[in-house]
Every structure is written in structure tokens, then in C-alpha cells.
Design a protein around this ligand. Structure first.
Ligand SMILES: Nc1ncnc2c1ncn2[C@@H]1O[C@H](COP(=O)(O)OP(=O)(O)OP(=O)(O)O)[C@@H](O)[C@H]1O
Length: 672
């Protein structure tokens, strides 16, 4: 109202200014408008603006009505890529071929076998990547779900991530609930692998990390190998090192005839496999290689498409059981790396205890003792005695010390944890850590234990060396080859970690160099001497190399158990083989050669027992000649060393003689 009265006041002022009443001005204005509207072009323009206004208003009102109807009759949901729910719906609508009627595609090259919606693939079947039509952002598709509900599905792509939008034509949200529920169930039961993912996007799946330094890594690796997890892989590092953490791809291949090749999964390779109805993603992280060609620091990461923690427990248990069962025919040896940690384990075929050739009753005694020890934990606890047992196997090289421990491990079903005291990186600290990291009930094998102690120069002259005054000059001992000290070693053997049913085996070729504290009972309870082959052992060895198999037909040539005489061409009988064994043993001087040496000789006549006996004389001669030559060489070195020392002593004497006066002077000075 204030505005109208202001306008009247303004027109009155106009009247005053023009000298005419304001009504006349108004009439003049209408006249002017009529004249303008009389122009046809102007009239057309006004009509156009009027119509446009009506149409626009109609459109806005219509859109408003549609949106009102939409919100009234439609239920809308969106699914963002990166969410598990997106994968459910995406896999479900792919399965229902919703996009097949689409007109907008992105064409890519992929392996058709790995594509979810295979109808969108043009498979060349020639081993080359196939042509794949990938649905891209496009017009909404109408999906007649269960032939009952209409759902409009559209896909939008922004910054590389897609969003699926579903509009369910229903007043009720329950249709959407059912749809998503069904998509989830479909995805869960689908045999199509879920996409690889870098992390658990939902923060609710179960993830397990297995580090190479832990024993569970070996269980899991072994189990995954049996599940053929690499079946889906297409990225490998190929290795001919058989102890690498991969596997021979073709298990049926006769690898004995070829150089076997191992397929090691490339670092960060992610594989999917279905385990007990659950999809899991396996990621291999390859460690770094140390100076000895062993890898460490690797891991296996497993992401289970489940929120149930017990699935991970079940998986680990299945892996452990598989590993233990498979180990029955194998012996696992754990080795250390250069940093004093347990690196990867190697497995060897089990060595039958019967193949050990030792003087009567020795191996049986060791086995019996170890079995008794393992089964009497309660007694040890009751008596308050630490449950540990130490064995020292000592003697000449190649006499079967290591072989005994390997055969025993197989027989008792224990794993070997091998430590060489001379290995780089092994000192008191790392030794202690290694022992702490070994499981209960295992064999701890410390090889060449003598290298932790000073030794004497074997080439040195045996004659005592005298100084200028005729006193014996004590020989400088050679410093130990190991960084481990006696105190460190004793600590480890006495440690609490060694009281968990552990069998400690130590081997040495030089028992005389060991400190008595180390080999006293309680640390080394059983000491077994390994000597050079006796006549009894030689005969046993021959029998083991040339067994007689009465079951074999005489036609089977060059087979274990059936041999032919090179002179008569006849099959060699069991009696003749026994006689040959006796001749073989008699021909060799007792306690002169190691089993390893004779094994080397017998390997040269594998299927020829007569040849082995015939050739043994020549072999012994050769060995003796070599021994003599080595002895002569040693003698020569000793003499040279002795001459050098003599010269040094004489020079010293001369120096002292020439300085004689001044020495006395110095002595006098000091006394005054
Ligand atoms: N008593 C034995 N019984 C069966 N095989 C043996 C025996 N002694 C040696 N051998 C054979 O000789 C080879 C070397 O044996 P092994 O390594 O056990 O000897 P070692 O005493 O541990 O030697 P070193 O002291 O040098 O370590 C192996 O191939 C093994 O089969």
C-alpha cells in the first residue's frame, strides 16, 4: 500500500510539473501501448514471450510432479565402486545380462576366461587376448527382475570410479532389500573370483599375515601349493633354485630327466582361490636375497571373504595338518640366514634308518635312547630334571654322523634346526635368539662344534721350539673360526628354551679340541664315536649296494637286485654275492677308509659287484699312493716351517748377542 500511495504522489508531482492532471498521462500511456501493439512484429514477439513463459512454467511444474511421483513410487539406491556391495550388485546384474542390450561399450583386450560376463567377449580361442565389450557409462537399462519388479539401472563413471544406481519401481523398500540380499547371496556362492584388492575395503574381512621367519609360513606355502593356488596366476619369476619359495608347475612332469624349473610367484602377486566355499585372496610378498642366495623377509598375506575369525583358524589348522602329514615321508631342515634368523626350510626325502651302516647296535641304541627321552617328559618334570638331551657324535669325516641325525629325524618325525657355528652372522646373541625361536620337540643340530674353540696348526712341526735361553716357546693356537664363545655356547645349552623336549646333536671331527665343560653329562649326555669302516661294516655296505632280489626274473638286466657276471654272462646268485661281499671286506684294511670314501668307489660300479671286487685292489693302491703323497707334502711343509722357525730363533739369538751390553746397562739402570 505504501508503494501505491508513493506512485500517486509521484504522478501528482508530474501533474504539477506538466500542468496536466495525471489521468491524462495515463490515457496517453495506454494510447502509446496501443500504437506499439498495432505493429505486427511487436505483437508477434509479445505472443512468443507469453507462450514461452507458459511452456517453461508447465515444464517446471511437470518435473516437480514427476519427481514427486518418483519419490512416491520409486526406491532409489546407489552403489559405489570400491564397496563390497557394489561387487555384489555388479556381479548379479552381469549374471542377468542386464547390459547386453546396451549401445555404449568400452572395447578392451583381456583373457575371456577371466571376464565375469562372458557374453560380452569375442573369444578368439587362439591364445591371444580376446576382444571384450565392457559396459561403460550409459543410458539407464530397465530390468524386469523376477518378471515381477521393474528396476531401472544406470551406471555413472567419475574419476575412474563407477557408481551404480538402482531405481526400484515400488512404493515399498522391501523389494530393494530382497534384491540386494539376493545379489549378496549370489556373489557369496559364485564361482567367479572376486576382484583383486589392495586392502580390505570394508574393514571387516579377515586378513592373515604369515612371515617367512615363522614356521606357519612353511605350512601355508606347502598347503597353498597343494591347493594349486598358482593355477590362476599369470606372473611368475622363474627359478632353477629348488629351495626357492615356489613350486614345480607340472607335477606330472618327469623332472628327473630335465633341469626342473620352479615358478616363484612374483612379488605382490594376488591370487584368488575358493577354499571350503569361501573365496580368499593370497598375496605373495617376495623377500630379499642374502649373500648365500637364500631369501628372507618375505610373507604371505591372506584375505578371507568372511568376517568369521574361526575360518582363519581352520585354514591354519588345515595347513598345519597337511604339512605334518606330508612331512612323514620327508625331513625338513631349517637353515639360518646371514642375519641370525631362521630362513626358509628345505625338505629332503626321508632316509631309512636301515641304510645306516654302523657297528652292531649303535644306531639302535641312539634311536631307543631318543624315543625313551621323548616319551618321558612327565618323569623329567617329576624328578625336576630339565627335559633336554644332548648327543655328541664325534669322529673321522665321512663316517655317518650327519646321516645318522637325518635318519633319526625321519624315524622320530622331528624337524631339524641346523646351525653351523662357523656361519657368518652367528654370534652369542644370534645363537641365543635362534634357540629361542625353535619350537619344542625338534632336533637342534650344531655342526662342527669344534670351530668355536682355538685349534693347533696341523702342519706345524711336532718338535718343541726353544728360545735363546733354551726355554720351550709355547705355540700360538689358531683362533676359533666362530664368533660364538664357550660361555655363549654353554648358556644356550643350559637355557630354559632348551628344556622343551629338545634333542641337541653336536658333531665334531676333533673332540680333543672341545672344552671339558661343554661335553660333561647334562650338556652332552650321550657320546658316540664314529670310526673308519670296520670289516663288518664293509660287508654290510657291499650287501646294501648289491642286494639280491629272488622275486626278480632273470631277464631283468641292470636292475637293483639282479646282476650278471661279465665273464660268464650268468645271473649272479645270492651265495655268490655273499662270497663277493666277504672278499670285498677282506681286501680292505679295517679302519683305514671312511664309508663315504668307499661309497664313492662303489658308485663307479653300480650294477657290477664282481667288477667292484676286482677293482678294489687298484683303488686301494691309488688311495695309499695319494695318502703317501699328502703325507710327504705335509712333512715337507713341517720341515720348511721348522727351518723357518729355527732361522728366526737364530736371528733373535744374534740380535740379543749384539745388544748384550746395552741390555745389562738398562737392567743396571733400572735396579739403581
Ligand atoms: N655309517 C654310514 N652309513 C651309511 N652311509 C654312510 C655312513 N657314513 C657315511 N655314509 C655316507 O657318506 C656320506 C657322508 O656321510 P656323513 O655326512 O653322514 O658323514 P659325517 O660323518 O657327518 O661327515 P663330516 O664329519 O665330514 O660331516 C653320505 O652320503 C652317507 O650316505
Amino acid at each position: 500500500m505504501a508503494g501505491v500511495s508513493a506512485l500517486i504522489r509521484a504522478l501528482r508531482r508530474v501533474k504539477t510539473a506538466t500542468g496536466r492532471p495525471w489521468k491524462q498521462v495515463f490515457r496517453a500511456l495506454i494510447l502509446l501501448i496501443k500504437q506499439v501493439m498495432g505493429n505486427p512484429q511487436v505483437a508477434e514477439l509479445v505472443r512468443f514471450i507469453f507462450l514461452g513463459t507458459i511452456v517453461e512454467t508447465g515444464r517446471v511444474v511437470g518435473a516437480k510432479m514427476v519427481s514427486t511421483v518418483n519419490s512416491f513410487f520409486l526406491v532409489k539406491a546407489s552403489f559405489k565402486q570400491g564397496e563390497l556391495s557394489y561387487e555384489w550388485v555388479s556381479a548379479y546384474i552381469d549374471h542377468h545380462k542386464v547390459w547386453n542390450r546396451s549401445r555404449t561399450f568400452r572395447v578392451v583386450a583381456r583373457n575371456a576366461e577371466k571376464v565375469a560376463n562372458r557374453d560380452l567377449a569375442l573369444n578368439g580361442a587362439d591364445g591371444y587376448p580376446d576382444i571384450i565389450y565392457e559396459p561403460s557409462a550409459h543410458e539407464p537399462e530397465l530390468f524386469h527382475w523376477r518378471r515381477k519388479h521393474w528396476i531401472t539401472i544406470s551406471k555413472d563413471e567419475k574419476e575412474g570410479a563407477s557408481t551404480l544406481t538402482l531405481q526400484v519401481w515400488s512404493r515399498n523398500r522391501s523389494v530393494l532389500d530382497e534384491f540386494v540380499q539376493e545379489a549378496r547371496t549370489f556373489y557369496r556362492g559364485s564361482l567367479q573370483p572376486p576382484p583383486r584388492q589392495d586392502y580390505d575395503w570394508s574393514q571387516s574381512l579377515i586378513v592373515g599375515h604369515f612371515n617367512q621367519a615363522d614356521f606357519s609360513y612353511d605350512w601355508v606355502l606347502d598347503y597353498l601349493q597343494s591347493l594349486n593356488v598358482m593355477g590362476d596366476a599369470n606372473e611368475f619369476t622363474v627359478s632353477t633354485k629348488q629351495n626357492d619359495a615356489g613350486w614345480n608347475r607340472d607335477h606330472h612332469e618327469d623332472i628327473s630327466k630335465k633341469q626342473p624349473v620352479r615358478y616363484v610367484p612374483s612379488s605382490n602377486t594376488k591370487q584368488r582361490l575358493r577354499w571350503r566355499e569361501i573365496w580368499m585372496q593370497v598375496e605373495f610378498v617376495i623377500g630379499y636375497e642374502d649373500g648365500n642366495g637364500r631369501t628372507s623377509g618375505g610373507s604371505i598375506n591372506i584375505l578371507l571373504h568372511s568376517c568369521d575369525k574361526s575360518i582363519l583358524t581352520q585354514f591354519i589348522e588345515a595347513a598345519r595338518v597337511h604339512y605334518t602329514t606330508a612331512s612323514i615321508s620327508r625331513v625338513t631342515v631349517h637353515l639360518t640366514d646371514n642375519y641370525g634368523s631362521w630362513a626358509r626350510a628345505v625338505t629332503k626325502n626321508r632316509r631309512a634308518f636301515s641304510t645306516l651302516i654302523l657297528p652292531g647296535g649303535v644306531k639302535e641304541t641312539i634311536l631307543e635312547d631318543a624315543r625313551e627321552f621323548l616319551s618321558s617328559e612327565e618323569w623329567y618334570t617329576f624328578a625336576g630334571v630339565p627335559h633336554r638331551r644332548g648327543y655328541l657324535l664325534y669322529g673321522e669325516p665321512g663316517t655317518g654322523k650327519s646321516s645318522t641325525i637325518h635318519a633319526l629325524a625321519g624315524e622320530l618325525g622331528l624337524e631339524i634346526y641346523f646351525i653351523s657355528l662357523a656361519a657368518p652372522g652367528i654370534d652369542d646373541y644370534t645363537l641365543g635368539r635362534l634357540i629361542r625361536d625353535t619350537p619344542a620337540r625338534c632336533i637342534l643340530l650344531i655342526e662342527d662344534i669344534d670351530c668355536a674353540f682355538p685349534s693347533r696348526d696341523e702342519d706345524a712341526d711336532d718338535e718343541p721350539l726353544l728360545d735363546a735361553k733354551g726355554n720351550v716357546i709355547p705355540r700360538e693356537p689358531i683362533p676359533p673360526r666362530s664368533q660364538v664363545t664357550l660361555a655363549g655356547l654353554l648358556n644356550v645349552l643350559d637355557s630354559v628354551a632348551s628344556e622343551e623336549g629338545r634333542l641337541t646333536f653336536a658333531t665334531t671331527n676333533h673332540i680333543e679340541q672341545l672344552d671339558p665343560a661343554l661335553i660333561r653329562p647334562g650338556r652332552m649326555d650321550v657320546k658316540v664315536q664314529y670310526g673308519l669302516a670296520t670289516t663288518e661294516q664293509l660287508e654290510q655296505m657291499f650287501d646294501r649296494f648289491y642286494p639280491y632280489d629272488p622275486e626278480l626274473p632273470s631277464s631283468s638286466k641292470n636292475t637293483i637286485g639282479c646282476y650278471f657276471s661279465k665273464t660268464t654272462g650268468e645271473r649272479i646268485s645270492a651265495e655268490r654275492l655273499s662270497a663277493l661281499a666277504k672278499s670285498f671286506a677282506d681286501a680292505i684294511p679295517a679302519s683305514r677308509y671312511s664309508i663315504a670314501q668307499l661309497q664313492g668307489y662303489l658308485l663307479t660300479s653300480k650294477n657290477d659287484p664282481e667288477g667292484a671286487v676286482e677293482g678294489i685292489g687298484g683303488w686301494i693302491e691309488k688311495q695309499e699312493k695319494e695318502k703317501r703323497e699328502i703325507e710327504e707334502l705335509k712333512m715337507k711343509r713341517r720341515k720348511e716351517a721348522a727351518a723357518r722357525r729355527k732361522m728366526e730363533v737364530e736371528r733373535e739369538k744374534e740380535r740379543e748377542d749384539s745388544n748384550g751390553g746395552s741390555v745389562e746397562e738398562t737392567v743396571d739402570d733400572s735396579s739403581s
